[in-house]
Ligand binder design. Structure first.
Ligand SMILES: [Zn+2]
Length: 219
């Protein structure tokens, strides 16, 4: 795969930055694509820009503001609070079909630039009710994209079966532990690195990091 070109769906967060490093190891040329859908925090776009610039990676930002017209939710509307979902209920950060749309647009871009590999940080392990993060959905979409453009895409999901601690381990193995820890944005309140420490995204990230640091000490 070394000679091939890959598109990485990139948000500037922990998961997609780990995927970016993973792709840089696997492929000759890596292009990052970030979707601008009027995220609550413009910091997310800035963070993605800074990371790709520092790594010398070509970066496309695609305007997906129409998403906000379709599905107002806590990530795009300031007046909807971020909260974890109750039992059996989706979290307020849910945008129905978001990965379907993002990966389809990534597919069109990949086709345009002659890349057959698409890398995404979706993960079924921490499945919090997002149906288009499931492995079965990704496999189905892969077939659909191939048929739609008569093209042989390969969608890669390096994080699909990893928990948060294992994602930190992968970053470490890729020599990117400090980079991911210090330069990525996961926090819903728009604070880079360790974040605000209070929001659900920060809590999840910190828990994974602590679990991994325990394992690392034991090694
Ligand atoms: Zn936070």
């Amino acid at each position: 795969m070394k000679k091939d070109k890959a598109i990485v769906v990139f948000s500037g967060g922990q998961d997609s930055t780990t995927c970016l490093f993973w792709a840089m190891k696997q492929f000759e040329e890596v292009i990052a694509v970030t979707f601008d859908y009027n995220q609550r925090h413009k910091m997310e776009i800035e963070c993605a820009k800074n990371i790709t610039k520092e790594l010398g990676i070509k970066h496309h930002i695609l305007d997906m503001s129409l998403l906000n017209q379709l599905a107002p939710n806590a990530l795009t509307r300031d007046n909807i609070p971020v909260k974890a979902g109750e039992e059996g209920e989706l979290p307020s950060t849910f945008v129905p079909g978001r990965n379907l749309l993002f990966l389809s647009f990534a597919g069109v871009l990949a086709n345009q630039v002659g890349a057959k590999h698409i890398v995404t940080g979706v993960c079924e392990t921490d499945f919090s009710g997002y149906p288009d993060c499931r492995d079965i959905f990704i496999k189905s979409l892969n077939v659909t994209l191939n048929l739609s453009m008569d093209y042989q895409f390969v969608i890669h999901t390096p994080l699909m079966w990893l928990n948060k601690a294992e994602t930190w381990k992968l970053a470490d193995e890729l020599g990117a532990f400090d980079f991911v820890r210090e330069k990525t944005l996961t926090c819903y309140n728009g604070i880079i690195a360790d974040g605000c420490g209070e929001c659900p995204a920060c809590k999840l990230r910190r828990k994974g990091l602590e679990d991994y640091l325990k394992i690392r000490k034991e090694l």
